[in-house]
Ligand binder design. Structure first.
Ligand code: UDX
Ligand code: UDX
Length: 458
């Protein structure tokens, strides 16, 4: 079969894999190839056991794989044969040298740009899918267009806004697609090529275009604003706990103001995930780089409140459980950073588990999808940890349950049975406010939600 357009994506991660599967599904006339340096990852994408869990992804990949979606480790051939190249390699926070702990580590991105330059035999459109600091495209253009051989590269910015756990739905019905380009003839032409791809399924009014720097910055700002809302409501949850106000009632009351809106106002143990912290720190670093100390300080506090919220959770547990956790069984319900994913990157559960172990608690971890990652996150950490998939069995004999991920299955458990199997007095710390607190209390639990008065039997 001959295909109208041939598309390559470098980086078969959480972003690259699902995004390309959706493009392949919606554009049967395009051939989409995803390459990665990690052969195990590629083998997993080619198997029945995909490397990531996302509702709906298995089916999407099954219908497109080896039809017009291909996974391969042959990066050189991929670059040679495709004229539209998405780059979604990871850009983690730098762990060394200047900007360590704040700036984005661009080494994979730059290495990829150099590979594109080396293997290209014709002009290409290179699309930034990874989240990057503003002005990265400029560096890319300089690297890519350094040879005078008639081969030209147009760099576009097309940030991905999908959230894990709802990736397939977000890709199919995005709030918006953002494409940033240079305002030159070839930049605008490249932009139109990408608009045409998305227009196969995204309504035209939802595809927005902008200058390339605005597009790069919008991704960082979008994540910073979302994270800021969570830190704002979490900060208020601390005040609620002191004043007997109920944070859920406050969220509802403010969220009905259409200017504020109801989403992303759930108080919690804090945000996790690969993006929020990394992107805010990246924004903070950029602000400092440009001498904007006050702006940097403002955004940095979003991360500080998030750290504070996790430490507060531990302190609340300590306070409620007579100021010692040593030797006590604490069962963690959920380890993923949010429900419907096995991803544990930056999950508050990692911090909480480590802190509990420091306090010499005996930790039992339960999660329907994230136990493998949990094991690797805690490998080498001293202390007694067990991993038990069944949440009911995990809680048996424990002094407390700490609910850390809002998995739906936790609603449907037999709490009477769980209560009877636990050490007394039994505690529940609901870090997501999803349980029926009154019912748990009536059964006999001491219940500690986030941002609400606790329900205690003593
Ligand atoms: C994440 C964020 O979601 C994104 O916004 C950020 O900019 C990059 O990190 P994600 O898809 O979740 O993207 O990253 P990850 O799952 O780590 O996937 C990146 C992939 O790129 C990995 O499979 C890695 O093997 C691959 N890679 C990395 C390459 O193929 N080549 C490299 O040089 C480096
Ligand atoms: C986020 C952005 O939503 C997405 O647009 C971007 O492309 C990548 O980063 P993701 O990290 O996958 O997506 O998940 P998200 O749903 O945003 O949740 C992030 C964290 O915030 C999770 O730990 C979640 O539990 C927490 N959260 C979310 C809250 O604590 N309270 C809320 O009200 C909402």
């Amino acid at each position: 079969m001959t295909f109208g357009k041939t598309i390559l994506c470098i980086g078969a991660g959480y972003v690259g894999g699902p995004t390309m599967a959706m493009i392949a599904a919606k554009c049967p006339h395009c051939r989409v190839t995803v390459v990665d340096i990690n052969p195990e990852r590629i083998a997993a994408w080619n198997s029945d056991d995909l490397p990531i869990y996302e509702p709906g992804l298995d089916e999407l990949v099954r219908t497109t794989r080896n039809r017009n979606l291909f996974f391969s480790t042959d990066i050189e051939r991929g670059i040679r044969e495709n004229d539209i190249i998405f780059v979604s390699v990871n850009t983690p926070t730098k762990s060394f040298g200047l900007g360590a702990g704040m700036a984005a580590d661009l080494q994979y991105w730059e290495k990829t740009a150099r590979q594109i330059l080396e293997f290209s035999k014709s002009s290409k459109i290179v699309i930034e899918k990874s989240t990057l600091p503003v002005k990265t495209a400029l560096a890319m253009e300089r690297i890519l267009n350094c040879r005078d051989n008639g081969i030209c590269f147009d760099v576009l910015s097309n940030p991905e806004f999908l959230a894990e756990g709802t990736a397939v739905r977000d890709l199919e019905h995005p709030d918006r697609i953002l494409i940033g380009s240079r305002d030159t003839d070839s930049g605008l032409k490249a932009r139109q090529t990408l608009v045409d791809i998305y227009a196969n399924w995204v309504p035209r009014q939802r595809i927005i275009t902008s200058g390339i720097w605005s597009s790069e910055l919008s991704k960082l700002v979008s994540n910073a604003f979302l994270a800021q809302r969570i830190s704002s409501i979490n900060a208020i949850s601390a005040l609620c706990e002191k004043t007997e106000a109920d944070v859920t009632e406050v969220s509802r009351a403010i969220g009905m103001d259409t200017r504020i809106g109801p989403k992303f106002l759930n108080a919690s143990i804090g945000f996790g995930g690969s993006c929020f912290k990394k992107d805010i720190l990246n924004l903070v670093y950029l602000c400092r780089y440009y001498g904007l100390e006050e702006v940097a300080h403002y955004w940095e506090n979003v991360v500080k409140i998030n750290d504070y919220q996790q430490e507060r959770f531990i302190r609340n547990m300590m306070g409620a459980m007579f100021n010692t956790l040593a030797g006590k069984g604490i069962c963690l319900w959920g380890f993923a950073f949010k429900a419907n994913t096995g991803d544990t990157r930056e999950s508050p559960a990692i911090f909480i588990a480590r802190r509990l172990l420091e306090e010499r608690a005996e930790v039992v971890i339960s999660d329907p999808k994230a136990l493998k990652n949990a094991r690797s996150d805690l490998s080498g950490v001293e202390g007694r940890v067990r991993y038990v998939e069944d949440p009911v069995a995990a809680a048996e004999g424990c002094h407390a349950i700490a609910l850390l991920t809002e998995w739906h299955l936790y609603h449907e458990l037999d709490f009477q049975k769980i209560f009877e199997s636990m050490a007394q007095p039994a505690f529940i710390f609901d870090g997501r406010n999803i349980l029926d607190h009154k019912r748990c209390f009536d059964i006999g639990f001491n219940v500690y939600p986030v941002g609400k008065p606790p329900l205690r039997h003593f």
